[in-house]
Ligand binder design. Structure first.
Ligand SMILES: [Fe+2]
Length: 230
């Protein structure tokens, strides 16, 4: 993706989020220079990979296959392993009209996917077979706002504003905005996007960036390159 396009998506995404009365934390608006100047004070942001995350899954067609995310909080893997402490994470996301987040599952992370406003959120669902592959036959059992539901393999679940689904590790899911753009919340277990996303098709998790302009804000995937190892 061109950096100029990423800058545009950040601006449009921020405006969309604000239109629902939701606001991002202050560090969202720091410039790359401001982040560099405060490098020693922000290891909590960098290590937890908090911040902007715009992805076209490496496929170069963001409007068709892509997702806007902002990681608001993310706990520690050590806490998760020892079973106490900050074991949770939260993201805010935007799926545009018919913009697909491709079929995937997680190994560790359970996640509640919440329609926070806008159009309907459609999720195509499958369960895993014994090897963890997508099962084209078996029913999928998920909880929507605490109520268990049984879906046929490949059924599309529609969530309207206020509704949510709990996806457990092994629940395969792809999602998109149905009939319009949708603001999505994610409340989950500690999240490691470098290792915990298994895609059905061989695609990447992050965008490759063509630096045609300066970034207005860094993406989480820029931190290492722009700010060095923490
Ligand atoms: Fe997911």
């Amino acid at each position: 993706m061109k950096r100029s396009r990423i800058n545009e998506i950040l601006r449009e995404g921020d405006e969309f989020i604000r239109s629902f009365g939701f606001q991002l934390p202050p560090f969202a608006y720091w410039s790359p220079d401001q982040m560099r100047d405060q490098r020693s004070a922000i290891s909590g942001i960098l290590n937890a990979r908090l911040g902007w995350d715009i992805t076209d899954y490496g496929q170069g067609d963001f409007d068709k296959l892509g997702l806007f995310l902002f990681t608001l909080r993310n706990g520690s893997q050590e806490d998760l392993k020892r079973g106490g402490g900050m074991c949770y994470a939260e993201k805010i996301m935007i799926s545009r009209h018919d913009q697909i987040s491709p079929m995937h599952r997680h190994i560790v992370k359970a996640e509640d996917i919440i329609n926070r406003g806008g159009a309907a959120l459609a999720l195509k669902m499958f369960t895993s077979d014994r090897d963890g592959n997508l099962d084209h036959d078996a029913d999928v059992v998920v909880a929507t706002d605490g109520i268990q539901r049984r879906l046929k393999a490949g059924d599309v679940l529609e969530l309207w504003p206020g509704e949510s689904v709990t996806l457990m590790p092994g629940n395969w899911h792809a999602f998109w905005g149905e009939g319009g753009d949708v603001l999505i919340g994610e409340v989950s277990a500690v999240n490691d996007d470098l290792t915990d996303n298994i895609f059905e098709d061989p695609i990447g998790r992050f965008a490759e960036i063509d630096e045609d302009k300066d970034p207005i804000h860094l993406l989480v995937s820029d931190y290492e390159k722009w700010l060095g190892n923490s």
